[in-house]
Structures are given as structure tokens and as C-alpha cells.
Design a protein around this ligand. Structure first.
Ligand SMILES: NC(=O)c1ccc[n+]([C@@H]2O[C@H](COP(=O)([O-])OP(=O)(O)OC[C@H]3O[C@@H](n4cnc5c(N)ncnc54)[C@H](OP(=O)(O)O)[C@@H]3O)[C@@H](O)[C@H]2O)c1
Length: 339
């Protein structure tokens, strides 16, 4: 590509916004020309104002990007066509429809528009065809919003999409979710240090709604979601009940054969990687893989009384958030021949 597509990151200083800035700093198709945060940061250089929580060094070429105000005319003047949103849901609820109405192609992490009929909750490996819903939003004449799922649901969707063909009757999910999932500054250290919090507001309802929308299935869902004192990576213990008989060997083969239907820069060659070591996977592997953080790791696979059980690890801020959105934008660019 001789000319990169100009993009904006809105909410660029939060836990997810930082991952956008890190991943986009060296992207083959996209170039960040506009970044926003809350009003108090406008005019400041990114490195001087962000509280960098990523476990990787801040790329040199994003340090001097100036935080700008949320202004459609200025974004258009800067040449922005794609907007990556890492806004809190309540802010996104107002901002994202406005962005769409102003003709931008919005890829959002916020829950605000996920349940709208014409808005896809896209996980390209699992439901690439739902990208066509943007035409019902008026694309190419108008802008659109594409969302990615809540972080824990993304991991679950990846783990069970290749098994959908067996007929999923019920899903039991117990999650162990890292503190970065609550954004920055997130929880008080007093509450989470040396402790687990057995309630994440709205999370279990999101899992149930989103997994059904993403995979177009209607199983019973039994979910408990728990916050644990880990920085990055959500671990998910899953039990599935199927209509057909399924063996652990079938699951391993289906995971191995699970590839995205189109080749995208942010898609790993092997998006789900299974390990048979009984201590695998662990959140400390959250930034493993190529691209880092985009692989979902699976382990502890077993069968009991006809049910299949396993553990998954998803990097909540990368595959479960910013990386997933970037992959969605890559899928859009590829599917609509914009390169
Ligand atoms: N963290 C995760 O693992 C994860 C995973 C999937 C989806 N999500 C979703 O992704 C979104 C971002 O999450 P996060 O964890 O990155 O949140 P966060 O750390 O709280 O960051 C929010 C960002 O939005 C900006 N912002 C807040 N209020 C604003 C306002 N009124 N106007 C303009 N900008 C404003 C913040 O700027 P300041 O820094 O200046 O306040 C910051 O850049 C949320 O909708 C969340 O539910 C998060």
C-alpha cells in the first residue's frame, strides 16, 4: 500500500486506547492522525499526559502526537475516515451515532451500540458475514458503526465458534478477569489486592446476549464473572453441552483447523492454540503470540458425562478490545476492496 488510511483513536489515553496507539504505531495499512481524550488533556503531547499502563515500551512515534478535541470538522480536515473508539459506554452512546451520521467508519469497543439490530458484533474468525450489516446502516453512502464483543465474550466466541456445528445446547462459563478489564484507574487497590470480587456489573448479561448474537445460536447460558488480582488476561472455565456426541480429539482438531477466512495483518496464523500441559494456560501468557495478544490459548480439555470442558485465556485489552477492533477494520478494508 503506497498510502495509508488515516485513522483517529478516540479515548486514546485509557487502557484500551493505549493498546490502539501501540498497535497502530506500526500498522501496515493504518496511520493515526488524530487522537482524543477528555477535555483536560487537549493540546498536550500524548507521552506527557497518558498514564502508560501497558507492559511494553511506548513506541517513539506516538509520543509527540497532540491530544485533540473531539471535533468532526477537524477530524475530516485531517483526512480521517476510520475512527477507533475506546470511549466509556455512556460517552459512546452519544458520540458514536454522531460519528456515523457524519460519515465516519467507526470501530468501537463500547457496549453502547452492540445490541442495535443493524450493528454487527464482529469477531472475524467467527462471523465475518455479519460485516455486511453495514450496508443496512447505509454504507457506502453513509457512515457506520461496527462493534467488537465484550472482552470475555470474545474469548468465548473464539473457543466455541469451531464447535457450533455440533449444536451447542448449553454454555457454563466461570471467568477470572483481570483488573485492566475495568479500565484505568479502575478498581481501588484496597478492594482488589489479595482478593477476588465475585461480581462485575452487567458482565454476565453481556456474555449471554453477545454470544447468542455473534454465533446466531440460542443455548442456555450459565455465567459467573469474577474479578481477580491479575493485570492482563481473562481466564475462562467453560463447559459445553452438545446435541451431538463430541470427543476431546474432535475439539483439538477443530481448534487446529480454525482459521480466519481472509488473511488479515492482525490475525495470527493459528488464532486458537491448544496446550496439553495441565498448568496451561495462565494469564502471564497474555502477551504471547504473533501479533502479541491476538492468540486465544486453550487447555485443560476434558469430557465428563457427555459434556466438554476446557479453559481459555484471552488478552482482554488486545484480542478482547483494541486488537479485535483493528482486525475488524482490516476485515472491512479487505471485504470492501479498499486496498
Ligand atoms: N478494558 C478492557 O479490557 C475492555 C475490553 C473490551 C471493551 N472495553 C470497553 O472499551 C471502552 C474503553 O475502556 P477502557 O478500559 O480503555 O476505559 P478507560 O481506561 O476508562 O478509558 C476511557 C477513555 O475515554 C476517555 N474519556 C472518558 N470520558 C470522556 C469524555 N467525556 N469525553 C471524551 N473522552 C473521554 C478517557 O480520557 P481520559 O484519560 O482523559 O479520562 C480515556 O481515554 C469502554 O467502553 C469499555 O467498556 C474495555
Amino acid at each position: 500500500m503506497d498510502k495509508k488510511i488515516k485513522v483517529a483513536v478516540i479515548g486514546a489515553t485509557g487502557a484500551v486506547g493505549q493498546v490502539f496507539m501501540w498497535m497502530l504505531s506500526d500498522h501496515p495499512w493504518f496511520e493515526v492522525v488524530y487522537a482524543t481524550a477528555s477535555a483536560a488533556r487537549v493540546g498536550l503531547k500524548y507521552a506527557s499526559t497518558v498514564h502508560w499502563v501497558m507492559p511494553l515500551e511506548m513506541p517513539a512515534n506516538i509520543r509527540d502526537i497532540e491530544v485533540k478535541e473531539f471535533n468532526f470538522a477537524a477530524m475530516k480536515e485531517a483526512g480521517v475516515t476510520i475512527v477507533f473508539s475506546a470511549l466509556p459506554a455512556e460517552v459512546a452512546r452519544e458520540a458514536e451515532p454522531q460519528l456515523r451520521d457524519n460519515g465516519f467508519h467507526v470501530f468501537s469497543n463500547a457496549a453502547a451500540m452492540r445490541y442495535d439490530k443493524n450493528v454487527p458484533v464482529l469477531v472475524p474468525e467467527a462471523n465475518l458475514e455479519t460485516l455486511d450489516l453495514i450496508k443496512e446502516q447505509g454504507y457506502p453512502e453513509k457512515g457506520f458503526v461496527v462493534t467488537n464483543a465484550n472482552c470475555v465474550t470474545t474469548g468465548l466466541a473464539m473457543g466455541i465458534a469451531p464447535l457450533k456445528k455440533y449444536g451447542i445446547k448449553s454454555i457454563t462459563l466461570h471467568s477470572y478477569q483481570s483488573v485492566s478489564g475495568a479500565g484505568y484507574p479502575g478498581l481501588s487497590s484496597f478492594d482488589i489486592t489479595d482478593n477476588c470480587i465475585p461480581f462485575i456489573k452487567g458482565e454476565e448479561e453481556k456474555v449471554e446476549k453477545e454470544i447468542k448474537k455473534i454465533l446466531d445460536i440460542d443455548p442456555e447460558v450459565y455465567a459467573f464473572t469474577v474479578r481477580v488480582p491479575v493485570l492482563f488476561g481473562h481466564l475462562e472455565a467453560v463447559w459445553l453441552d452438545f446435541e451431538q456426541n463430541v470427543e476431546v480429539e474432535d475439539v483439538i482438531r477443530d481448534w487446529e483447523n480454525f482459521k480466519v477466512v481472509c488473511d488479515l495483518p492482525s490475525t495470527p496464523a493459528q488464532p486458537i492454540q491448544y496446550g496439553s500441559d495441565p498448568t496451561f494456560p495462565q494469564p502471564k501468557y497474555a502477551f504471547w503470540g504473533n501479533p502479541q495478544g491476538m492468540v486465544v490459548y486453550a487447555g485443560r480439555l476434558k469430557k465428563k458425562n457427555g459434556k466438554i470442558g476446557f479453559l481459555l485465556l484471552v488478552n482482554n485489552v488486545v484480542k478482547g478490545a483494541a486488537g479485535g477492533s483493528i482486525q475488524n477494520a482490516e476485515a472491512f478494508v479487505t471485504r470492501f476492496n479498499l486496498i
